[in-house]
Design a protein around this ligand. Sequence first.
Ligand code: GLN
Length: 542
Amino acid sequence: MQSKQTSSQPHTTKYIFVTGGVTSSLGKGIISASLAKLLQARGYNVTIQKLDPYINVDPGTLNPYEHGECFVTIDGAETDLDLGHYERFLGTPTTQANNVTTGRIYQTVITKERKGDYLGKTVQVVPHITDEIKRRIKLLGSKHQYDVVITEIGGTVGDIESLPYVEAVRQLRWELGANNSLVIHLTLVPYLAASGELKTKPTQHSVKMLLENGIQPDILVLRTEHELSPDIRKKVALFCNVEMDAVVQSIDVSTIYEVPLMMQKEKLDLTVLRKLAMKEGGAPDMAAWNSFLQRFKNPKSTVNIALVGKYVELKDSYKSIIEALYHAGAYNDCKVNLDCIHSEKITEQTIDNLLQGKQGIVVAPGFGDRGIEGKILAVKYAREKNIPFLGICLGMQCAVIEFARNVLGLTDAHSTEMTRSTEHPVIDLMESQKGVTEKGGTMRLGAYPCKLKKGSKAYKAYGESQIMERHRHRFEFNNEYIDSFEKAGMQPVGINPDSNLVEIMEIPSHKWFVGVQFHPEYQSTVLKPHPLFVEFIKFAKE
Ligand code: GLN
């Protein structure tokens, strides 16, 4: 988007820092994305960055149970799932620079120390670590000419590991000067049912903690289950030293996609613009967003979808897939009734019961052997019963294994990820992966081109013959088996033009059976639902 600032003015990027207090999971990511959306809808060029205080260099090595989904950017960065929200809300891509961890900060500083960049000096948290944090924050603004950079500080104020970040923010605010930065602090106003009261004390304490670290927040966003009365707002404003209009209520809503409108009602965008001395411009153009929301909230029918995976206990593990299904549902004017099914529970005996009545089946990505046979059974069920099927990454690999075993009769066919010694390695380690020994950041990652076969289901969905999709895997379809698959009725319809790797497998005779080696879910946004998900839901609905 074109920046609102004219080219004759020197470009100044404004910085907004979002911190959290009292407890985690207050929705800093959604508030950041919602504010960004409102500023974007007023014509500003905005990006959002997440700083994560853990020591892993990136979340790529984390189990989804630990940290939810790992989101992959175009440039192949394995990042926090909040970046998925940023992209879904703003419709603009993020990159590695949008997610920084303590591990990455320390790695940079220690590498510099070894090179001798600090020769003679003691390397310390302050100033060396805090300087590197500040550099990473400013880099995003200066490199891309954003009008506003919103930086979300992960964790909760008061955590030991957050301290260097809070100190970096304190220093940056001083360096940037008046009107160029502000701090939004998110807290919780709990409701005590016994006394029937909303309590502001946790907010007061949390702001005190920030003050102890040298930061006076400019705006407070209070998460609450009940409406905040003017009296409560006044009390918070008085005790926490903020203006009345800087106390913003964030009440629980039925969908995250309502939060931007709720923040607009609270005038969060106007307060931010005033405090940053930026022009208001016209009212934010939220027409397309509103129309999505109307369709999302007023479905004309329901479609029953099964999502088969092994991390289903934690819904965040499949965040982007679930949101992509919802986007596609709204686009088809139907409600996606999602049943997340644990693949370990699927056996020959239980499958009918578990998948009965499902109009579409998604088999999720994943790693390792656990639950794999349940996924393969789910594919078989979808294939034999002509139920629309979307297999993603490992889900596509399961579709290939199932077809090899049950149609080609290669009964021991498998992926060498699961059984190294299988006689029929229909899914095998990519050539480029064979010498790889380190686990972190070494998969086939990021966006790659894919050429689609005209007339295929995928081609019909995309409406174009060359696409770009994001990847995160080490194993691939084994091209030695292409002929046998094609003869038996499963076709490679998406090929990487440079490496000849098979990226999409389809069964043309099936109602809608598509397996993709890439992750389409990462590219689905509110205003641009992903074509494969849209088509999958469309066929499931029929
Ligand atoms: N484990 C498989 C691979 O590495 C699939 C990965 C995935 O589903 N993201 O190829």
